[in-house]
Write a new protein. Structure first.
Length: 369
């Protein structure tokens, strides 16, 4: 059985998602703004969930059609073959969004889609009432410029929730973005890696997972594992294949923070992720950053001055860290910040900048090579 799938992602990560899908041998990979479409089979669906580092979830495309009126939306949804996917007792909640479209009321769209799917399933199963007591088949919709796309969410809890971080310090960095920063920095397990503002340890943990080539979803469940139309064996096959791709080695990954509570949380999160043996955690002030090795890469996400600190304090921190960084030769720096005056405070213009989003916060990844 062949499927068209879609992986939504944070803006700026479409190319990374596309590349990892091509490396998984997916077909017809097509990046768009905030999402990447591709085609595969049931095994590929499982692989995408288990192995994607940068995507938010894996959506199964059910159909697409114009939806300029509520009648068009109802008839378009009702015409789709929902009975091929959702059994008589399946639960099918509906959520989604509408942008730049005549149908701008999301609650009304939800009600109409729910009614249309229920009408279709009721007619096919010859029942007047659907119990919805079985597995969850989360319906998602996207209406953009009067074009509707209907999906089933195969993932459940978002892919960025790897399962290792139940505890956070304030303003946590999303795991998918941390993984993207590590990838953009080119870290693959060789040489020294350091995060001097480690917070809850997300960047260092994602660096260790990348170094080991460990699939980020290897130890978590997915919604589609309970779906009857998918062969359950594909999940084990995909997991075994992912484990067979893992590396082992002696990695030099260092993470530090000025807050003892943050370091303790980071250490515990690394233990949950199974990479505590790969990371050396330390209590240290980034303003006094120094390294004795000739070469390494720093990937970090210091406080922005929006929630954690006042902007003036953040700028003073950037200035001090900039001086410390310039005193260390041979190291590259990849630093994420939303502060509009970061380069001025840091005391050096970046070699290159890349726009990324930390959730809804627009940031720049400042690269110093």
């Amino acid at each position: 059985m062949k499927f068209e799938l879609c992986i939504p992602c944070l803006f700026g990560l479409e190319g990374l998602v596309g590349n990892e899908l091509r490396h998984m041998d997916m077909r017809s990979v097509a990046p768009e703004n905030g999402r990447v479409y591709f085609e595969t089979d049931a095994l590929g669906l499982a692989k995408a969930n288990i192995r994607s580092r940068f995507g938010e979830r894996v959506l199964l495309v059910i159909g697409r059609f114009p939806a300029r009126t509520f009648d068009e939306l109802f008839e378009g949804v009702k015409a789709l073959p929902w009975e091929d996917y959702i059994p008589k007792n399946g639960a099918f909640p509906v959520k989604g969004y509408s942008l730049d479209s005549a149908l701008h009321s999301v609650p009304d769209c939800q009600k109409i889609i729910k009614k249309a799917v229920a009408g279709r399933l009721g007619a096919k199963y010859k029942v007047n009432w659907l119990p919805e007591e079985g597995a969850v088949y989360q319906i998602q919709f996207a209406i953009m410029k009067d074009q509707a796309v209907l999906y089933l969410d195969t993932t459940g809890v978002g892919l960025y929730k790897r399962g290792y971080r139940p505890a956070h310090v304030a303003a946590p960095l999303r795991e998918t973005l941390a993984a993207a920063m590590v990838d953009i920095a080119g870290y693959r397990g060789r040489g020294d890696f350091c995060d001097p503002f480690c917070g809850s340890g997300t960047i260092a943990i994602e660096a260790a997972l990348a170094a080991k080539n460990r699939a980020p979803g290897i130890n978590r469940p997915f919604a589609a594992q309970k779906w009857g139309f998918l062969d359950p064996s594909v999940w084990q096959v995909a997991a075994d294949e992912a484990r067979g791709r893992e590396f082992s080695g002696d990695y030099r990954i260092f993470a530090s923070d000025i807050a003892p509570r943050a370091v303790a949380m980071a250490r515990e999160n690394a233990r949950r992720a199974g990479v505590d043996d790969c990371i050396e955690f330390d209590l240290a002030d980034a303003r006094e950053f120094s390294r004795s090795t000739d070469w390494g890469v720093i990937v970090t996400n210091p406080p922005y001055g929006e929630r954690l600190m006042e902007k003036r304090e953040a700028e003073a921190l950037y200035t001090a860290f900039g001086k410390a960084f310039r005193a260390v030769s041979g190291w590259e720096l990849y630093l994420l910040s939303s502060h509009t005056e970061f380069e001025r405070a840091f005391g050096q213009t970046a070699t290159k900048k890349r726009k990324l989003y930390n959730g809804t916060i627009k940031c720049d990844l400042f690269m110093y090579r």
